[in-house]
Design a binder for this molecule. Structure first.
Ligand code: HPA
Length: 271
């Protein structure tokens, strides 16, 4: 299935009060920020032509457009994953739509399994590089619009935005590690042998999203910043299992920290 980007962008754009500077994609358990934007306008994915209707939790997702500390942002709560059976061009359609709306910066968030020592549930990791283990590229196929055919990926995540994030975290006295995110196809979690392999390859955290979006964003020339919220130790490395309530509580606390961090970055980033 292909999404008509111009039609989708027209439908979203029509509902927006002003041109957003930034797309913020909220991963699982991180939708709190969408509740706290000023002058919010909501666009459910169902209202966007070409977007599939049902996502991982049985609801597709929504856009919330508004302002964070005065700056016009487009928040995307929910995303399409390849493991749901979506074609890659559906997975990355929201990035292309955001670019068509004039967004210059993309902030991606996700929930991920911690591999590196010290990346425990509740930690936030600034993604400074990634490994694509989804066995396909979101860019494969006919060239789309003005995208580069062979985008440079020597610096997929914007160095200045990373530095600003570290600075904001320091000021908030919030621990923020940085590391490499490995994207796997999923949807099963990793076996212990796979986790050992990922560690050997240099991955600090593992998840099932973000890399296709970051790749297309780079092909479009957008600045990318990305964070993982560590929701669990990657398969077979967790020791004692946490109970579910504990996991939720950890997620909520980490979500609050990540929200403060993102607010700080959005307030101070260059346009
Ligand atoms: N593995 C893959 N994806 C994930 C994980 C994990 O452990 N946790 C959250 N998303």
């Amino acid at each position: 299935m292909t999404v008509d980007i111009a039609a989708a962008a027209a439908a979203v754009g029509e509902a927006l009060p002003d041109r957003p500077e930034l797309l913020l994609v909220l991963g699982s358990g991180l939708s709190g920020l969408a509740e706290r934007v000023e002058a919010a306008v909501e666009v459910p994915f169902e209202a966007v032509p070409g977007y599939p209707s049902v996502g991982v939790a049985g609801h597709a997702g929504r856009y919330v457009a508004g302002r964070i500390e005065g700056r016009p942002v487009l928040i995307q709560a929910g995303r399409f994953h390849a493991y749901e059976g979506h074609d890659m061009d559906v997975v990355v359609a929201p990035i292309r739509v955001a670019a068509a709306l004039g967004v210059g910066t993309v902030i991606l968030t996700n929930a991920a399994g911690g591999i590196a020592r010290g990346l425990e549930p509740g930690c936030i990791m600034l993604i400074d590089d990634h490994i694509n283990l989804q066995w396909r590229s979101a860019l494969a196929g006919p060239l789309v619009g003005d995208e580069q055919r062979f985008p440079d990926m020597s610096e997929p995540y914007d160095r200045r935005l990373q530095a600003l994030s570290m600075q904001v975290a320091l000021e908030l006295q919030m621990p923020l590690s940085r590391g490499t995110y490995a994207a796997v196809a999923g949807p099963s979690f990793e076996t212990p042998a796979e986790v050992r392999m990922l560690e050997f390859l240099g991955a600090d955290a593992v998840g099932m999203s973000t890399v296709p979006e970051a790749t297309v964003a780079r092909a479009l020339g957008l600045r990318v910043l990305a964070f993982s919220m560590i929701s669990n130790r990657a398969g077979g490395m967790g020791g004692d299992d946490l109970d579910h309530a504990e996991v939720l509580e950890i997620g909520e606390r980490a979500g609050v920290g990540l929200e403060a961090l993102i607010r700080g970055v959005v307030t101070r980033m260059e346009p």
